[in-house]
Design a protein around this ligand. Structure first.
Ligand code: 4AD
Ligand code: MG
Length: 476
């Protein structure tokens, strides 16, 4: 007999229908009521066994965590919350689970504890919901760009260049670390390495993405990116996924319009396709925040998502933002950990969140940042001080998108590369696009996990990726 997924049963099951379901036992109560879950939906499915009809030793094996196959008829359920249940005729234990050592008990576990058993946490309601929302968002990303005529470009994961110029890269090598080949001057001889040169894991697919846009106009990348920054925060991972669209003939305004439309599309998609999971996550967040004082609690999750859809993002320049921050109460009272020091101050998450949550009370797009705090490839403004950068700031998250119009002028770009002490020869292929048929173009990067965090309301980024990589942690 063919197995039916629980989601399918809940939607289309009919009384009297003979079905086979498979899944993991959440609870078995009164030697009678089995609640199982197969991950297809947040809802557990109730099955009822008549213990007089079955062997006692077999019944004992139905324990929390065990994997079972249940066969029987769908009947009307008297229990609340479910219209049908399964009257079990036969059951089979596919995998036993010792209730004394199974780490997931039918009670609430802390997120910290669940992080320590990341191999089993997908079996909890919370992580099941997060994984389904994560999938839906990934799917919606491809759908959005496909509908807009963008092409999915696969940029390399191993690369020789440092896109962001921050030097936060993981080295890729096959050299024997106990016996590193050296040049006469004592430096490492990368000529002997696998690729015959120094290579790293990519921090961004943008530079290669630009090469694509300079030929097929509108592309996007969606892949893993790696940063060896030692940031132990609830918003940083060493391995995260990034979506990077890159568009020929777009200026900064077109870029902002696309990014705002894209973020709203993703939120709308989640609301339309994951409402049961979002309702569960909303209740979870409410419970989690009960101990917090009223003014520190977040807006209800679904209300918050709808609020984003209904409001235009506030757009202003970095310089205007600095002025607001300088005159803000927390700055004057010395409450910011990093005080605002006029033009040139690199904004920290606390500043970004002040602008979004306290001042404008909506998402914010900041443009025209000082060139000193941004990467080499951004289009220089005529003022000689700022570049055509844009950061999108979200409540609870801070920066969720970073992007810019790109410098398309060959000589300005070369000058900037030299000013920053980068090697021109490393970027010869990149510079070629400015030499041969250059065009105005723009793009941005959305941190996928930060987006999943926002949509699910999870406070820590480690809880929205199946197996987080952070400093001193790369298990599995
Ligand atoms: O602002 P970033 O560094 O921009 C770039 O990499 C550009 N090349 C993007 C582009 O223009 N194509 O990173 C983009 C986004 C950030 O806004 C943030 O959401 C996310 O990537 N991000 C991280 N997410 C999790 N962990 C980290 N360590 C992250 N670093 C950046
Ligand atoms: Mg950034």
């Amino acid at each position: 007999m063919k197995r039916t997924k629980i989601k399918e049963l809940l939607q289309h099951g009919k009384t009297g229908e003979e079905v086979l379901v498979k899944g993991w036992v959440r609870t078995f109560r009164s030697n009678r009521f089995i609640h199982i879950n197969d991950g297809s939906s947040i809802t557990n499915f109730q099955a009822v066994v008549d213990f007089e009809k079955h062997d006692e030793n077999q019944l004992k094996r139905i324990t929390t965590g065990a994997c079972v196959a249940l066969q029987g008829k769908l009947v009307e359920s008297l229990g609340k919350g479910q219209s049908l249940e399964l009257a079990v005729d036969n059951f089979e234990i596919l995998g036993d689970s010792d209730p004394n050592t199974y780490p997931l008990q039918p009670k609430k576990h802390s997120l910290e504890f669940l992080r320590s058993i990341a191999h089993l946490r997908p079996r909890t309601n919370t992580f099941g919901a997060i994984l389904r929302v994560r999938h839906a968002l990934a799917f919606a990303i491809h759908k959005y760009f496909n509908e807009k005529g963008f092409f999915y470009l696969h940029t390399p994961i191993i690369t020789g260049s440092d896109c962001e110029g921050a030097g936060e890269m993981f080295r890729v090598t096959t050299l024997d670390l106990n016996n590193i080949p050296k040049n006469d001057d004592g430096s490492i001889n990368y000529g002997d390495d696998f690729f015959g040169r120094e290579t790293n894991l990519t921090v961004s697919g943008q530079l290669e993405g630009e090469l694509g846009a300079m030929a097929i106009s509108d592309i996007y990348t969606f892949g893993p990116t790696f940063r060896a920054e030692n940031s132990n925060t609830p918003r940083h991972l060493a391995e995260f996924w990034m979506i990077e669209p890159e568009m020929a003939f777009y200026d900064l305004k077109d870029n902002m319009d696309l990014a705002e439309d894209f973020l709203k599309y993703l939120i709308r998609y989640a609301l339309n396709n994951c409402l049961d999971d979002l309702e569960f996550l909303s209740a979870r967040q409410k419970e989690e925040e009960q101990s917090k004082p009223q003014d520190q609690r977040s807006m209800e999750l679904i209300e918050k998502l709808k609020f984003i859809l209904e409001n235009d993002f506030q757009r202003l320049t970095y310089t205007e933002a600095i002025e607001i921050l300088e005159n803000s109460k927390p700055n004057k009272k010395g409450q910011f950990q990093f005080p605002i020091n006029g033009f040139g101050t690199d904004l920290q998450s606390e500043h970004e969140r002040y602008l979004v949550e306290k001042h404008f009370k909506r998402p914010v797009i900041l443009v025209d940042y000082p060139k000193e705090i941004k990467a080499f490839y951004m289009k220089q403004n005529p003022d000689g001080k700022t570049v055509r950068a844009m950061d999108i700031l979200f409540p609870a998250i801070g920066e969720i998108v970073g992007g810019s119009q790109r410098e398309e002028d060959y000589s300005k770009l070369v000058t900037r590369i030299k000013e920053l002490g980068l090697r021109e020869s490393d970027f010869s292929w990149y510079l070629d696009t400015r030499k041969f048929g250059s065009a105005p173009h723009s793009g941005f990067g959305l941190g996928f996990e930060r987006m999943v965090q926002f949509v699910t309301g999870m406070a820590n980024i480690r809880d929205v990726i199946p197996f987080p990589r952070t400093p001193k942690n790369a298990e599995y």
